[in-house]
Design a protein around this ligand. Structure first.
Ligand code: NDP
Length: 284
């Protein structure tokens, strides 16, 4: 049939292991909703093959890709350009191609910020406590700092990791950061505006809760969890029961995907459709 294109635009995901990553469900629900002839391909890329995989994006005409475990940090040397915040975070989760060159972004923290802002929460001048100092905490705290948070207190079990992130925030951003070793039941200080649970505690099938004194969560406090599955973690349930205003990890996940979606397609992502598709998948 003359004029008809049988070629779809391609984006995808590099990870290892990657089989159980459901991002394809969310992104392809968005493509379908907008009638875009795009495909999102989940690709198992072993660590030794990452460089060739990134080069292949150009050869195969991909629009871009997501990177997940264990490639978020390792991918940096193979990209032509890296966004300033992704450089401070030291990790890239989204690659897009422009004029034949690869660009690296980190949308995890940006997705978190979008969720808060859409919920009417202001970040400027706020006192924030973050539980955890891993990849998710890094991405979130750098973006909170760039969004003019006043103070960030990091609480982490591994003191070395906690101190390292505190130093990065103090040296590379405007925020005042401090560190509390997490070797006791943590009491959230009075005057905390936003509490962020950024550890992997509570990710399915784990249903445990971070070791904090839940009575120190006060009504009206903003409490967020990064765990997308289940969206209603025990932590979120307990914070809600204390009268906190809560934000779940599903919102963060969909909003980080929304940013990548726009970079690849040039279109605004249908967030509600994508969120519903993912929630349905998690409920299976
Ligand atoms: P990392 O492995 O880099 O970091 C894990 C963090 O959790 C560390 O701070 C670790 O502390 C802490 N931790 C784990 N278990 C415990 C425990 N029992 N007690 C105290 N602290 C603990 O993982 P990531 O930061 O990359 O990911 C963390 C979570 O964030 C994952 O579950 C992931 O699903 C979620 N995530 C969600 C996103 C979203 O869009 N919603 C995006 C990215 C991640 P220590 O340093 O002491 O080991």
């Amino acid at each position: 049939m003359p004029g008809k294109s049988y070629r779809s635009e391609l984006v995808g995901l590099f990870g290892y292991p990657v089989d159980e990553n459901p991002t394809v469900v969310m992104i392809e629900a968005g493509f379908k909703e907008l009638g875009l002839d795009f495909r999102y391909i989940t690709m198992e890329v072993r660590p030794g093959d990452l460089e060739i995989a990134v080069k292949s994006l150009k050869a195969l005409g991909y629009r871009g890709a997501n990177c997940t475990i264990p490639h978020k940090v390792a991918v940096l040397p193979y990209l032509d350009h890296i966004a300033a915040n992704a450089q401070i975070i030291g990790a890239v989760n989204t690659i897009y191609l422009k004029d034949g060159e690869t660009y690296g972004e980190n949308t995890d923290g940006k997705g978190f910020i979008v969720s808060l802002r859409e919920g009417g929460i202001q970040i400027e001048g706020k006192k924030i406590v973050v539980l955890g100092a891993g990849g998710a905490a890094r991405a979130i705290t750098v973006e909170l700092a760039q969004a003019s948070a006043a103070r960030i207190t990091l609480v982490n079990r591994n003191a070395e990791r906690g101190k390292l992130l505190t130093a990065i925030l103090n040296e590379k951003t405007q925020v005042k950061a401090d560190f509390i070793p997490w070797d006791h039941t943590y009491h959230v200080p009075r005057g905390t505006d936003i509490l962020v649970q950024a550890t992997s505690i509570g990710l399915y099938p784990d249903n445990s809760c971070p070791d904090i004194d839940y009575d120190t969560i006060l009504p009206g406090m903003v409490v967020c969890d990064v765990i997308p599955n289940p969206p209603q973690t025990e932590f979120i349930k307990r914070a809600k029961a204390r009268g906190a205003l809560t934000f779940d990890g599903l919102g963060m996940l969909v909003n980080q995907g929304k940013i990548g979606f726009a970079l690849w397609t040039g279109k605004e992502a249908p967030v509600e459709v994508m969120k519903a598709a993912l929630a349905k998948e998690f409920a299976k």
